[in-house]
Design a protein around this ligand. Structure first.
Ligand SMILES: [Zn+2]
Length: 79
């Protein structure tokens, strides 16, 4: 989706692309399948999820996702 932090002109939140991925998805790497005890020649996988932190970034205009996961209470107490 178009970055709501910068309006699509590019910023730190969208890595200066103007776009942000809110529903990341893709194929599971064969090494991950191996680590789970599955033969990647026999199995494949598709993973997806909803990036809640990315939606929060867009809603509050936060440019760096690390602020939400850093544990700095001065920052987190704003919400
Ligand atoms: Zn942006």
């Amino acid at each position: 989706m178009k970055c709501l932090v910068c309006g699509g002109i590019g910023c730190g939140a969208c890595k200066h692309s103007g776009w942000i991925e809110t529903l990341p998805c893709g194929l599971i790497h064969p090494k991950v399948l191996e680590a789970g005890g599955l033969n990647p020649k026999e199995w494949s996988g598709f993973a997806f999820g909803l990036g809640m932190t990315r939606l929060v970034m867009q809603n509050y205009g936060i440019e760096d996702i690390r602020h939400l996961q850093g544990g700095d209470l001065r920052f987190l107490k704003q919400f």
